[in-house]
Design a protein around this ligand. Sequence first.
Ligand code: AMP
Ligand code: MG
Length: 374
Amino acid sequence: MSRSNGQAECAGADRGAMSLQADVATFALTALIAASVLFLPGCRRAESPASQQPVRNMWTVMGTFAAVSLPATETNRLADATITAKTVFAEMDRRLSVYRDDSEISRMNVSSGGQPTPLSAGTVDLLRRVRHYSEVSGGAFDPTLGPVIRAWGFSGGKKPSKVLTEDILRPLLDRTGWRHLQIEDSGASLAKPNMFIDLGGIAKGYAVDLVMDALDPTNYPNVLVDLGGNVRCRGGSRPGSQWRIGVRNPFARDELIGVLSIPSGMAVATSGNYERFVELDGKRYAHIIDPRTGYPVTGMASVTVVSPNGTESDALSTALFVAGPGASKDILAHLPGNEALFIPDQQPPRLLVSPGFRRIFEPLPEWAPRLADW
Ligand code: AMP
Ligand code: MG
């Protein structure tokens, strides 16, 4: 927690960021608890600006936290970058949220089984990518799982009083299936009645991509954007360096297992069984669902994916969490440029890493012996 306070001081020390200091101070705690990857903070004022730790603003949005970070030398741009990110996230919420009746996705859900819903070009483009990840993951990623996800008490659903049985899940699963998502030039439809799209597995990474697009490289050659643990960066945290983020220990979420150096332009996302879960009959059921059974996935603690963009890392971290380390090999074979870390839900823990992940990951000394080839 002291780390986040240090960061808040950093951001607030500059006049350009002063107006956002309250945001940072209020939400720093929430953010550190919610983040699946931890940005490595610190604040050493005595150093020259070029060697100082980066500055960051954090706030809450869409039920999670968001953060924008810049090198200390670019502190005067932090307030503007934050405004840009907040504007993009608000727009995303208006388009994609299932918590708002007037969003494009909610209007589409209400019309399921009927005529196509007119959608903005951006949402049509996102849905095409959603279908792509559904297809390449062999259906492990399925945006139509809404009825099942809500029945387990996630995405606005009421928590069930007991563990859902197959009898309950079967009719819900009949209302799912990504192939029933039909996309046209300027709209889309869900082929069966009572279907429900839930983009919770991809929307945050997509939103981070849109923020990066909005922060032009001339003014922001070095920037890191984070939405609920979906991170994308450009440049580095200091001239000539890379952005480094901590990767969370899924078995003790306030701890790290190591540090990842992110190549410029790349994105990182983590899906974890500790992020959201319901407790039923004394057992935890996590928020990522196996589309074949309707039951929350078991056996994985977390999956971290490094990808060329945030939409891909978000979709893939969810998909690979469902598929597991074995089946994920086939999935990533179709998607060059992605690297992954799997942590099975087993003791003693093992960190299964792809070769490219190993090159950019520095485990903490106690975790180094646990690293193994995936
Ligand atoms: P993430 O934290 O990115 O892995 O996203 C998890 C969220 O994605 C859940 O809270 C659900 O809203 C949604 N979800 C759950 N299971 C799946 C799945 N198999 N495919 C796509 N989205 C899913
Ligand atoms: Mg995801």
